[in-house]
Design a protein around this ligand. Structure first.
Ligand SMILES: C[S@@+](CC[C@H](N)C(=O)[O-])C[C@H]1O[C@@H](n2cnc3c(N)ncnc32)[C@H](O)[C@@H]1O
Length: 214
């Protein structure tokens, strides 16, 4: 998936992944994963409302997103005053305890993440093709030598639909995070609540959550 793929999605507003509501699994596992963290890193954040939920719990929130359109939309939709500055290869949109870095996740450095002890990944790992997922996890661990991660994924028969979102099964999660403590905490078949995916021919669609610590 190259950058133009995602920039084009934001340009055309083909953002079916964006949810109007806070993700229920973030609410469900918030205490377990994030209560001890001062700061939460949200990779590939889009303009998710989950950022607001984390801010409302008193966290420092650092997001990274390729599309400036997405980041600007988050600030506009939440009526936040924008403080904008160039930080190396990134443009930072900042307000109080929120910092959204516009740019490529793979270009982030550990120094930019010092305030974060936990990670929230919903639709980030599964937005990437298999060939990039190892690199994504390797970079996350370079950025944060120790972290608690809430990871929300999807599983479906991959031959039935081309991603993204990609199907990433437990076996792959175990292998990607073999260095960490991985707890599979939730699996639910949501195909009946997802008519768009049913129409694309999926026979099932499992939403899964993992709590991972290293
Ligand atoms: C499937 S969306 C999920 C967005 C958000 N996590 C949510 O739940 O709404 C994936 C997002 O990752 C962004 N993205 C893709 N590759 C990226 C990269 N290398 N660095 C930063 N953002 C990236 C895309 O622009 C897109 O907004």
């Amino acid at each position: 998936m190259d950058k133009s793929f995602w920039l084009d999605k934001w340009e055309k507003q083909e953002i079916g992944f964006h949810l109007a509501q806070v993700h229920p699994l973030l609410k469900k596992y918030y205490q377990t994963v994030f209560s001890q963290a001062d700061g939460v890193f949200v990779p590939l954040c889009g303009k998710t409302t989950d950022l607001t939920f984390l801010l409302n719990q008193g966290k420092y929130v650092l997001g990274c997103e390729l599309s400036e359109k997405a980041v600007a939309a988050y600030f506009q939709e939440h009526r936040l005053e924008i403080k904008k500055q160039q930080l190396g290869e990134f443009v930072e949109y900042q307000n109080d305890h929120l910092s959204l870095l516009v740019g490529d996740f793979f270009k982030l450095s550990a120094a930019q993440l010092v305030g974060c002890q936990a990670i929230y990944d919903r639709a980030a790992l599964i937005a990437l093709p298999e060939s990039m997922r190892k690199q994504y996890v390797a970079h996350l661990t370079n950025l944060m030598p120790h972290a608690s991660l809430l990871l929300v994924t999807l599983e479906y028969p991959q031959p039935q639909m081309a991603g993204p979102p990609f199907s990433v099964e437990k076996k792959e999660i175990d292998s990607l995070f073999a260095f960490a403590e991985v707890n599979s905490v939730y699996t639910n078949n949501i195909i009946e609540k997802e008519p768009k995916f049913a129409a694309r021919g999926l026979s099932y669609l499992n939403e899964c959550a993992y709590i991972i610590r290293w």
